[in-house]
Design a binder for this molecule. Sequence first.
Ligand SMILES: [Zn+2]
Length: 299
Amino acid sequence: MFMYPIFITDDPDASVEIGSLPGQRRWGINKLEGFIGPLVSKGLESVILFGVPLSCPKDARGTLADDQNGPVILAIKKLRSLFPSLYIACDVCLCEYTDHGHCGVLHEDGTINTPPSVERIAEVAVSYAKAGAHCVAPSDMMDGRIKSIKRGLMDAGMGNKCLLMSYSAKFSSSLYGPFRDAAGSAPSFGDRKCYQLPPAARGLARRAIQRDAGEGADIIMVKPAMPYLDIISDAAELTPDHPIACYQVSGEFAMIHAGARAGVYDLKAMAFESTEGLVRAGATLILTYFTPDFLDWLS
Ligand SMILES: [Zn+2]
């Protein structure tokens, strides 16, 4: 049930600690074998890749998101060849590759221009699928992108080869800070509140879940996880025939570590309790930075 989020950067020899995410690093593709190999031996079954371009030129439409020599596509190919049994999902977004740091293409006034954003996001998703990703996971939350990606996958002959996991109910949360450190993806102006959900918006979340299921999502995801257990439960009720994923995000992971360091609880006990709560709420797939720890704890 665990999928491990990993950060792939464009320095091929990178192994750089991420200060705010205990034990997590940004990896270059030359280091992937040494990093992932031991985890696969311990039973790691799936990863989700996040591209972290630090030196590539950025532009208004995120041109290099699907660069054939970019970190994500190189990592997909490398992991597929090194570890044939490993399931490889890829986060799909433009914000790491746009010069303004937003998740799509903008109007002149700085607001999101949805049609070209959706078209570009679908192009990137299809490129990842063609490179060998088993699953693409758009994290932008824009209307219409699931349908557009599904159509793109089908037109490319990948409709039955690549799964579409939707960040359906993604809340505008205070818990993304360490991830933004890791991915260097804080927007250069404004925030993402017009396309992410306000924390209290249960109705909008339910509508977004139904929208994405209707557009062709294969997995419905809720993000963050722990403060949104009711939404996970709603997703399980609204789409009972879909796997329900949730992302125990960077801030949750950092918070659990910080509490343990402060003597509030035992780290392992809290890691178990937090994920058991997610399963109880209805999650069947958990994206978590605790994955390597669970491989040890559960062995
Ligand atoms: Zn984004």
